[in-house]
Ligand binder design. Sequence first.
Ligand SMILES: N[C@@H](CCC(=O)N[C@@H](CS)C(=O)NCC(=O)O)C(=O)O
Length: 204
Amino acid sequence: MKLHGTLNSPFVRMAMATAIECGLASRVELVGAGAKPDEVNLTLAALSPLGKIPILETDHGRAVFDSRVIMEYFCHAAGNKQLLPDDGHKHFHVLTLLALAEGLGDACVTYRYEDFARAKALQWPEFKARQKTRMEACIREMESKWLPDLAAVTLGSIATACVLGYIDFRQLLPDWRKQHPQLSEWQNTFKARDAMRNTEPNAP
Ligand SMILES: N[C@@H](CCC(=O)N[C@@H](CS)C(=O)NCC(=O)O)C(=O)O
């Protein structure tokens, strides 16, 4: 299987970390590079009209996207029932935590595009501020409501750890660790896992 993207993307990282947690690392080759928000990447566009990373090209030549579907695909391929339990209540709880982390990731990447990729004179300060407010609200909620769920290794906790790692990597919220010491401690413990150590972001 080929996973298109770069580990600098929190969405690619969570997909790759899931492959490792599922014992599929040797079957997944990471290929390609980043995707720019203002350019069509022809390789990606041939696989998905969205042209966003990650995209998984399966051994059967099919394209699977987006990150949350790829993560579920890996669990299915490995027969892993721990990362996304079948049981209805737990299943939707894990998916809700995953949606929270993915939503935080979307706000982070949107903020970064506006802040870093767009010319300063064209930036929309209210839009940037709204992304920051959303990021802060998600982190607050993760610490106040989700720590018991984060204690288990699931698709939700993997995604949360990857997105918090992205916030550090891009220095988006310099004070989040000070403001949320329990979540910070959780992330420090989680990032020592092999799946996290082997998927560190690696470029500027
Ligand atoms: N919902 C998507 C989001 C993926 C996403 O936003 N990827 C970014 C990189 S971090 C991307 O491909 N951006 C290129 C673009 O917006 O055109 C997922 O979970 O896979």
